[in-house]
Structures are given as structure tokens and as C-alpha cells.
Design a protein around this ligand. Sequence first.
Ligand code: PHE
Ligand code: ZN
Length: 897
Amino acid sequence: MSQDNSVVRLEDYIPTPYSIDHVSLTVRLDPLETFVTSTLSIAPREGGSEEAALTLDGDDLVFVSARLNGDVLEDSAYSASDEQFILKNPPQEAFTLELVTKLAPQKNTQLMGLYRSNGAYCTQCEAEGFRRITYFYDRPDVLSVYDVRIEAPVEVKYLLANGNLVDSGTMSTPEGYPEDQLWHYACWQDPFPKPSYLFALVAGDLARVEDRFVTRSGRDITLHIYVEHGKEDRVDHAMDSLKRSMKWDEDVFDREYDLDIFMIVAVSDFNMGAMENKGLNVFNDKYVLAKPETATDTDYALIEGVIAHEYFHNWTGNRITCRDWFQLCLKEGLTVFRDQEFSSDMRSRPVKRISDVQQLRARQFPEDSGPLAHQVRPEVYSEINNFYTSTVYEKGAEVCRMLETLLGKEGFKAGLDLYFDRFDGQAVTIEDFIASFEEACSVDLSQFALWYRQAGTPDLVATYSYDAAREQLSLSIEQSCPPTPGQPTKKVMHIPVRFGLVGRDGSPVGFTSVIDANSGQEIGKSDCTVLEIRERQHKFILTGVSKDAIPSLLRGFSAPVHLRTNLTHDDYLCLMGHDTDPFNRWEAAQFILMDHLVQQTRALQAGANTSSHALDDSILEALKACLMDDSLEHAFRAQLLQLPIESDVGREIGHDVDPDAIHRARESLRHALSTALGDSLIDLYKALDDKDTSFRSDASSAGRRALRNGLLDLALARKEEAISDLAVAHYHNATNMTDRFAALASLTRNEMPAANALLDAFHAEFTNDALVIDKWLSLQASAPQEETLQRVKDLLSHPSFSMNNPNRVRSLIGAFAMNNQVQFNRKDGEGFKLVADIIIELDKSNPQTAARLANNFRSWKALEPDRQGQAKKELLRIANTESLSKDVADIANRCLQ
Ligand code: PHE
Ligand code: ZN
């Protein structure tokens, strides 16, 4: 096991004894000998402890020299190692410290700090990468104004940093370089004080696409997107998304852009999705590049969302930043909420909500129910990189959404306005954030704030009954929250439950008032739409309910909880057919299908054969009615067609999980549905054929494609040759990647013999297009069949794969571990072993990406005993690996606890 058990605690926070008000950096670029000269204007903080030593962070640094107020420092006045620079007796008034370090970006395989991607230089500093460039107070509460001068040979065409370009030109060739080598420089100034994690530098021979945006106050902003040469034709959608984001943030949140230029750079080697560096966002190219022939509708939507997310960070993250990394959700939760809202406005709100909830359930719920569960605002960490999680991001966004639900749109806006006003230019905490809403709305949010401090997904059990004589509907909701690591018991939370009533004939039903039966107080009239659950057992009475009605609860998924009710199947069928809340129509269908899958899986595990439980006819009829209902959006109907995913079924079952049984149950349900829906699937598929071949990427065109492809996929569950032929034709006739890849994926996942030849053809056609090859890799890795294990092993040595590129690793190994429940969780342990081997290997070059892969072990404790044993063996093997990184050790050790 790793011996490094040092942890950082929220309660230990203290400000630095010195401030660094100004940073002047000169970076002379060279693949193996880059010199960084950093001149810091430092001053003791008022009230800071007097004569404290100045201790700056470093990571893997080569120290060159140090000067204090211009004079070379005596050896005895400081100490410098790869991890720290200490100035022993700093002056007690303002002073300047000049530090020189030497870097080898070409050798930086961690992709943190300054590194190279396809020949270009770029940086990644969040969370603690700046200390790999120069010594600094590398923490978010130290805000400085930066001046940056970049020097490089002229072949390194563009020299970029944060802020505005203030000077550029040619320079004399530095000593040690061939005299005929021409050099140039560029100077950038960022007037906004920022923490070091927002620093960025990019330099390289890239292609540039230009545009403009005029802000609502009339300022003209230059927009530049930089990509590798030859990719210029894939930038339109990203640029358009950027302009729409800028406009939307003005319209909806009154946030205007603040510099004269906004730049995006797409690089092909990147650990995460993208990074919001001030004025110079650096992106994984996967979230920038799109054209119809290579990107799917899903890619288009993701790009729009990520571009918006990074742009929105300019206010939520950059102008107002985090005091310390425990507050990460302050910027991430809020910014995810903002990008979700943006996408909802650009596309279909219900469809977006459903897909966000699908994602929350697929990623955050498993985290929250296993050994890696943590608070939205954690209180202790050993490696901060491991806290860029779905809990911090997606559950953090849910907490913002609940605030909006509780305070109403106007109250929420008032709170945010106060937050922007009061904290602009500061590094703040969740408490500051909450206080803004309390003050703006005169409410007490102390119980609500538990959402930041208690891990785990709360369980709600709702029971309703109708009293016809009294015309009353009573509703009792009981809450509990399962134990999570370090939190055996939980306090009672404040949970918004959006609701309405639906009559048994499908018509909406009204009420006259809502009474809180716990207090006896009337808390709402006929327009009440949200119940605020604040007690362990909270009971409400709706009066004036003239006829028997079904409560539609948690509309729009108003809280990230697990809800069970005493609604019957018939109640759910009624909601599915008639609820005015589209989310709950979809949710009702999911509930029925999930219930069926759980029962079927249990039966299979108990030894029954596959067709033990037939699917109820009434369910089939209801599903068919929705599918054929032209008043419903195509994209929504496509979502109705998707059965609960296997990992969700596993979590619903909770323990003794057998992924093979789940897979068999789900396949047999698909087969049953496909058979029962029969020709209607293909008829509708054909009716949806759009003769217009010009590609439009808008939501409604994408929705039509999604439904059409979903129908074809379900039809293929019957594994009939005629349908396989149809899918092959669909592949060949496709005029865009969405349709083409959908056909390939359906043929592959449904194990149709035609798939293999098409997989080869697809590879041949897109050999040189890495982002398309990623789809090809992940599709093969997610195929449930037995041979997949060997195929993934073979692909590891395929020329299209590289262990050095995070996108390739995630596409092959990440997809195998995340999307292939059957093969990753193989009973013989070979799936775990393969992933563990990769984690151990990758850890040597890129610990951050290795640790992300290790997260896939998070649900191992819910497996049946044999599989548990296999998973544990591999986790122990990982944990006991010599010189394991802190990143991977942290995940493995927490999984094992
Ligand atoms: N802050 C980035 C975002 O969410 C994510 C990120 C974290 C990128 C750490 C790189 C490194 O927008
Ligand atoms: Zn973010």
C-alpha cells in the first residue's frame, strides 16, 4: 500500500501569510529546455503571522536561480527542491522575488503543467499544475494580475496566453541556438486578478478560425478558435455555440464578457473535457470538432454544452472563484446547472432533463451508493484530482436546481445577482453562496445546506390515499439516507417535491389547499406545485380534491433522490399516458420497465428460464400508444424506447448482483417488446425517412434521427435477417455519422453476423480520423459477447490505439469498464484483471487518467460473492503495486475500505 497517507482538511484552512499581487512570466519555449522566469510582487498580508517563511509549491521542478529585489540570493537565504521553494526570512514589506526554473515539456506525459500535444505547446494548471511550471502559492485563494512574455522560434507560429495581446515582434536569437534560427515573442496582459489554476499558455503552428461578437453594451469581441491544420472545416458548430452562449448569458443571467478577445484551442491530448482558463480556453478536441460526416448528433449536443460550460465559467469560476478546492462545486455545480439550462433553452427542455437524469443515475448514483461516496462539498481529500466527480459536478448542479425550485425563478435570480455583486473578484465558499440566497430571499437555508455536507442518495417513500367522503388526498413522505463512508447516520434533509394530481381518466385534478399535517398549518393554495419535505416523516393533506386522483410526484426530478411509492402499475400506466409533466411520463415508463427487469433478474438468478414473466399487455399497449403519438416529440419518444441500462438495474437490486442475469433479463425484455410491437416498428421507421439529404444539426432533426435509429435497434432485437439487411442498407445509405454509426452499433450490439465486415470497412474509411476511430474502439469494447475480452486485448496493440492518448484509452478501456457490465464483471475475473493491468501500466505515465479508470471498480461491493472476490483481488493487486501514484492509491484504498 502507498505509504503516503497525508490528507488535506477543510477545517485546517488558513490564508497564506503573503499575497502575490503581480506575476510577470517570461517563458522561452524549447521541447527539452524551456526556461521560465517568474517575477513575483509579494507583500505580507495584514494580520499574517510576522516573519513567517515564504513557502512556495513546486512539483517535479528543476530550480535554476533566485533573486530578491534584483539581487542574487545567498545560498543560506533559501532552499529549493523539486517540490518547494522556501525563502527563509522574507522582508516584512513589499518585495520582488525572481525565480527561474527549467522544464522539459516534451517529456511531460502526465499532461499537467506545460506539455506538448501533436507538436504544439499547451498548459493545464487546474488543479495543481501551475506548480509544475514555476514555484508559487498554487492554491485558488491567491489572486494575481499576470503579464506573460512568450519566446519561441518563428515556426512556433502562434504564441498565446490569457488576457489581451499587448506586444509582439521578432527578437534576437537566444544564446545557444543556431544563429540563422529566427525567433519571435508575444506579450499578453490579463487585467483580471486570477488564481494560478486559470493560467494558460499555448504555442504552436495551428490553424485559426476567426469571428466576432458584439456584447449588449456594444463592445466588439474577437473570437478565435485554434485547431490542427486541416481541421478548420470542423469548427463552425463550436463557433456558433460560443456566440449563442455569449448571448444567452447576457439574456438570462445578465453576464457580459469582459476581455477584448476570447480564444479556444483544441488539442488532441487532454486529460479532461476542457478548461476554462481566463480568455484562453483549452479543449479536448473531441468537444470542438464536428462535421456531419464525422460527428454524431450526440457529439453536436456535447460540444454545444461543453463550449457553453467553459464560457460560463468566466463568471462562475473565474470572476468569482473558490477559496480552496473543497469548494469545487461552487464553480462546477453552478456552471453545470447553467450549461444544462442553456441546452434546455436551445433544445427541448423535457428531453434535456431526461437525458441529464439518465446521466445522473448512470454516474452519480453509483458513486453515491458505493465506497467512493463523498459529499458535494468534501471535507477531506488526499488527492484533489480525484474529486472532479459526478457528485461534485452533476449532484452539485442538482443542488442549484433545487435552490431554484425552492426559491422560484425570481428568488433564485435575486440571490445570484447578489452573489455576483458581492463577491466579484474574490475567492469564496459555499457558505458565502448560500448566504446570498438567504439574504436576497429572507429565508433560512441551514437545513437545505445539508445537501452539501451529507453524502448518499436519500430514499423517499411516498404513500397516498384518497378519502372520497372528505374530498381529501393525503400524502405521507418518509425520508432516510443510507450510511456512507465516514457518515453512519444522517440528519433530516430539506427536499423539494414538485407534484400535481392526475385523474384516473387522465385529466388534471385540482385542489383548494395544501395542509402540512405535521404542523396543522395551511401551506399552500390551489397553485401550490412544490412540497417542501423537512421532517423524517412528513404528511400533507390536499383538500377539495373532488375525484379520485393519482399524485404525480417529483415532477421534473425535482430532487436527486430515490423515490418509492404505493402507486400501482395501473397508476403508473395512467401517468405514463396522461401526465402533463413529460418527465414523469417517461419516469412512469421507466418505473414499470425497471420493476419488470428486477423481477425477471431475480427469477433468473433463482434458476428460472428466460421467459418466466411475460410483459403485461397493458404495458405494451401504453408504450405503443406513446410511440405512435405524433403529438409527442420524436426525441422524447426515442427516450421512451430506451430500457433502463444494466448498471441501473444492478443498483436497483443493490446486492448479490449478477450482471449476466441482468443482461439476459434485459435482452429478453427487448426481444419481447420487439416481437410484440412487430411491424409497427419498421413502419414507423420507414415513415420517418427524411428524403431531404441536406444535414441539419438542430434538435428536431436530431430527434427524428434518434427515434428512427432507436426503432431500428429495437427491431434488430428480433435478430431477423431481413432487419439486419435493412440495417446494413441504413449504414450504406447514411449521409451522416449519426445514422451510419447507429446502424453499425446496432448490428454490433445485437451480435448480427453482418457487423464484422462493416466494422472493418468503417475502420478503413476513417483510419486517419482519431475521433471517429474512438467510436470504433468503444463500440467493440462495449459489445457484450464473450469474445470481446480477447478483442479488447488485441486492440491494445492495434496501430490505431495508443496508451499515450487519453481519448484512445477512455474509448477502449474506459468503455469496456463502464459500458460493458457483462464483460468487465466476468465471473472468471478476466475483465477486472485486464482493467487492473492497464491501470497499473498507465499509472507510470499518466496517473490522473489511470485513477479515473480505477473509479470503475466503485460498485464491486454490490456484486455476488464470486465476482466480489475477483474484484477485490485485483483492487489489492493495484493497491500493492510498488511506487503507485497517490492518485490511483487513493481510489484503490477507498474502494477497499
Ligand atoms: N475545470 C474544468 C471544467 O469543468 C475541468 C478540468 C479539471 C479540466 C481539471 C482539467 C483539469 O470545466
Ligand atoms: Zn467546469
